[in-house]
Design a protein around this ligand. Structure first.
Ligand code: R5P
Length: 293
């Protein structure tokens, strides 16, 4: 198995490279003066299984590099190409709406056309993307990493909170691991032209709350949920988020709402620049190994 890792994702390749029969592939990417990309693969891949580790996040640039690298491996004769994309961007566009792009399907088709046989990701936004994808899409959960991070919290006094209906399953599953599956509250979220509207749908909120969601993008969802949580009596709030995009500044409004800490995985390498006492980055570390053992 040959691993081609984008420089930003090297940390996720390290545990795999300790396994027998895994080695690092060498490649380079350059741009022509007009910015067109060119990939050079310097490791022989004919008849070999390859993994590409990287992102398709925020910058379109990353996605183009990923697709071109995969296509180059394919035409060099790679037997199988597995894409490990911890944060699968575009997967939120997974519902057909008249006149609008269905980008989860588009991304799947673009990956397949570029030679990818299978995609592995972390906490896919919803199972719909799996249905839309034209190639197998496997999603591993970060829940055990979160469970470990909050193991010392007074769990019997805590309410797990889903900020929208999409996050209920994540809360229930984490609740089972922690043995608190009854202490769950969830909200209903509506996106309107005036912003996100959150209303309590189910459950009682205790003084300490842990909000669980897959993505913190602008933070609007979480700010809406935390405002509501305060009205319902929560005073100490912790947030568990798989993919921290931290776009813009809205998320900074979380602190005055009683948020003590945000735990966030390193699925998006850029998240590291937000690391602080209050934003704790949890390494995904060995998560991919389970697929190969
Ligand atoms: C959407 O349903 C997702 O699960 C997240 O709640 C959403 O993407 C977060 O976006 P934002 O932080 O911009 O509200």
């Amino acid at each position: 198995m040959i691993i081609f890792s984008s420089p930003k994702y090297k940390h996720l390749a390290v545990p795999l490279l300790k396994l027998p029969n895994f080695k690092s592939g060498v490649f380079g990417i350059r741009r022509f003066p007009n910015q067109e990309l060119q990939v050079s693969v310097r490791t022989k891949v004919k008849g070999k299984k390859c993994i590409i580790i990287g992102g398709t996040a925020s910058l379109d640039d990353e996605l183009f590099k990923f697709l071109l690298l995969s296509h180059t491996l394919k035409i060099e004769g790679a037997q199988e190409i597995i894409a490990f994309i911890p944060y699968l961007s575009y997967s939120r566009q997974d519902k057909k709406e008249a006149g609008k792009s269905l980008a989860a399907l588009w991304l799947g088709e673009a990956l397949r056309a570029s030679g990818v046989n299978k995609v592995i990701t972390i906490d896919i936004h919803s199972p719909l993307a799996k249905i839309l994808f034209p190639i197998p899409l496997i999603s591993f959960s970060a829940e055990k990493i979160f469970a470990k991070a909050i193991a010392k919290y007074p769990l019997d006094k805590i309410t797990l909170v889903a900020p929208d209906e999409g996050a209920i399953k994540r809360c229930v599953s984490l609740g089972k691991i922690l043995g608190i599956s009854k202490n769950i509250a969830y909200f209903k979220k509506k996106r309107t032209s005036r912003g996100v509207i959150i209303s309590l749908l189910h459950g009682k909120v205790s003084r300490q709350a842990i909000v669980v969601d897959d993505i913190l993008d602008t933070g609007e969802t979480l700010v809406g949920a935390c405002k509501k949580l305060r009205q319902e009596g929560a005073r100490e709030i912790t947030i568990l988020i798989t993919h921290g995009l931290f776009t813009g500044k809205i998320w900074e409004k979380l602190w005055p709402l009683g948020v003590r800490r945000i735990y966030c995985t390193d699925s998006v390498p850029e998240t590291k620049k937000f690391a602080s006492e209050k934003i704790v980055i949890l390494p995904l570390g060995h998560i991919l190994i389970q697929y190969f053992l």
